[in-house]
Write a protein that binds this ligand. Structure first.
Ligand code: G4P
Length: 536
């Protein structure tokens, strides 16, 4: 007998799934993420002119300028998801905030993609933000393609760069293209996979790469095209690479074990087309996802999905929000009631938007891999699951221990209710994390960066008419605690009660004051597990 979840797949659903690639570009600020995004959209015909994609970073000069931050929030809604078609493939590109203070937002966005393209600046090499983002990718074995950018500048030696990627990002690499020269002497790249030479011409307008087929590197034509010294260097390099690196194995890439590497210059639109062509060939179609209860395959006929991002409306008179839903299985339909697993009643959405390049359009249906924006009046929160009936909850949207902690000081006792409501809603949007001490009822907000405190203070005043101040706290980490031995856990909570708080989901958290102290406590309580993320 066929189980309910394995009902025959309609052709159209499986075709829709095969057509989709959902990914994000990750990079340390300034590596070229915005530039690359724009070039990809140009290829997809989604935009006509360069300069149409706005950078979503807030530069340090305007960091505390409120209007700038609000403008930035506006921009990031418009560019949160960019859908476009390329060679019959529907590409959903999810944007991630450039500013490191919004790193949590980026981590959550990464839970909604099936693969990533990582941009690395060839002058600077692997930078700190890239390392952090890669850690998140590794948690789910997300396949990674690496684009080494800015080859028109005098950068680091390509072999050094590859070694650094392997070492710092803890992933094997396999170059699929190889640069010929760099900076002023940059001649182009040789595609090792297709055995084609792509000669560099600086141009921001060019839309396709003119590739020259060189089947045999001994061919004298190569000397004519790039000069004998460059040609000989390339011959040596290719011999070395083919000797050192095993053949590219697409399955290893799909398992997140090896990252194919491309070299290019995004601003000159060079090497981008090449990478995109490979991307649509090898990048995964929407993958299965895990709920607490079971694995959910995209081909299952019944709809399911989860909310990974919530964006508040900036108009304080309308507390509408847009919830971003990743569709995991089946077909999502507008106006159909769906089971809101955490909530008291089914939800139906009449205003469903999809994001095509810079436009939002109302849509009637969407398929696995797609991201839709749902207008919501406060029912949904990050991590919520919607299904066509089944009670299950998608895993994989963890909270990470914040870096900065401050105590919330209510400045207007008459507005306590508003403050509580405001804080709750902002935390549901994932602006920051909220911890409530078991003893003394102290409320603590934890963030990745200073900027969020300004965001929270401003929005509480502006949208909820509540005044707060934040008092600095000396805390090192929030550790979610667990133990297989319930008695020991109870005992630990009792003895450390002054340092125990609850997170937004009522989970137990140990608030560690310093690294050394945490180490000591860990040594003294070997049966207690301390976790730096809320999912373990
Ligand atoms: P981000 O989103 O990752 O933060 O980076 P973004 O694309 O904004 O690029 C950061 C800077 O690097 C920009 O210069 C951009 O023009 C430049 N850039 C991107 N790709 C290349 C490349 O292939 N070669 C060179 N030489 N530069 C590149 P900017 O001066 O900050 O801004 P702009 O005034 O040029 O736009």
């Amino acid at each position: 007998m066929q189980a309910e979840n394995e009902a025959p797949v309609s052709m159209s659903l499986s075709q829709e799934i095969k057509k989709r690639r959902t990914f994000a570009i990750i990079a340390h600020p300034d590596a070229g993420k915005t530039t690359l995004t724009e070039k990809l959209l140009l290829f997809g015909g989604a935009i006509q002119t360069a300069g149409a994609v706005k950078s979503n970073k807030i530069d340090t000069a305007t960091k505390s300028d409120w209007m700038e931050i609000e403008k930035q929030r506006g921009i990031s809604v418009a560019t949160s998801v960019m859908g476009f078609e390329y060679q019959g493939v529907k590409i959903n590109l999810l944007d991630t905030p450039g500013h490191q203070d919004f790193a949590e937002d980026t981590y959550r966005t990464l839970t909604a993609v099936d693969s990533v393209i990582m941009v690395i600046d060839c002058v600077k090499g692997v930078e700190i933000q890239t390392e952090k983002l890669m850690e998140v990718c590794r948690m789910r074995n997300t396949p990674v393609i690496c684009f080494i950018n800015k080859l028109d500048r005098e950068g680091r030696d390509p072999y050094d760069l590859l070694d650094e990627v392997e070492e710092k990002l803890n992933i094997k690499v396999r170059p699929l293209s190889w640069p010929i020269g760099m900076g002023k002497g940059f001649k182009g790249v040789y595609n090792l996979y297709e055995k084609k030479l792509n000669l560099f011409t600086p141009s921001q307008r060019k839309l396709s790469d003119d590739r020259i087929i060189i089947e045999d590197l001994a061919d004298k034509k190569l000397d004519e095209l790039i000069g004998t010294s460059n040609a000989n260097q390339l011959r040596d390099d290719v011999e070395l690479i083919e000797g050192v690196y095993p053949e590219f194995d697409v399955n290893e890439y799909l398992d997140g074990k090896v990252a194919p590497v491309f070299f290019g210059s995004a601003v000159n639109n060079f090497g981008v087309n090449e990478m995109l062509d490979t991307f649509i060939r090898i990048a995964p179609t929407p993958k299965s996802r895990f709920t607490e209860e079971r694995e959910v395959k995209p081909e299952e006929p019944k709809f399911s999905g989860f909310v990974f991002k919530i964006h508040a409306n900036m108009d304080p008179n309308h507390r509408n929000r847009i919830a971003f839903l990743r569709i995991c299985s089946g077909k999502f339909e507008r106006n159909k009631p769906y089971n809101h697993v955490r909530g008291p009643k089914p939800l139906r959405f009449s205003n469903v938007t999809q994001f095509m390049a810079q436009d939002r359009e109302i849509i009637d249906e969407a398929f696995p891999g797609d991201i839709v924006g749902l207008y919501d009046t406060g029912n949904l929160k990050i991590g919520d699951t919607l299904t066509e009936g089944e009670n299950m909850t998608f895993k994989g949207i963890p909270s990470f221990s914040p870096e900065i902690f401050k105590e919330v000081i209510n400045k207007d006792a008459m507005k306590t209710k508003q403050l509580e409501k405001g804080l709750r809603q902002l935390m549901e949007e994932g602006v920051a994390q909220y911890f409530s001490y078991e003893i003394g009822n102290r409320k603590v907000v934890g963030t990745v960066g200073q900027l969020q405190f300004e965001v929270i203070q401003f929005r509480l005043k502006n949208e909820y008419n509540a005044s707060v101040e934040f008092a600095p706290m000396n805390l090192y980490k929030a550790c979610w605690i667990s133990s297989t031995d319930k008695k020991q856990l109870d005992e630990f909570v009792r003895s450390k009660s002054r340092h125990i708080a609850r997170d937004k989901d009522d989970k137990l958290v140990f608030m560690a004051e310093s690294r050394a102290w945490l180490q000591m406590v860990q040594d003294n309580y070997p049966e207690i597990e301390f976790h730096f993320t809320s999912e373990f």
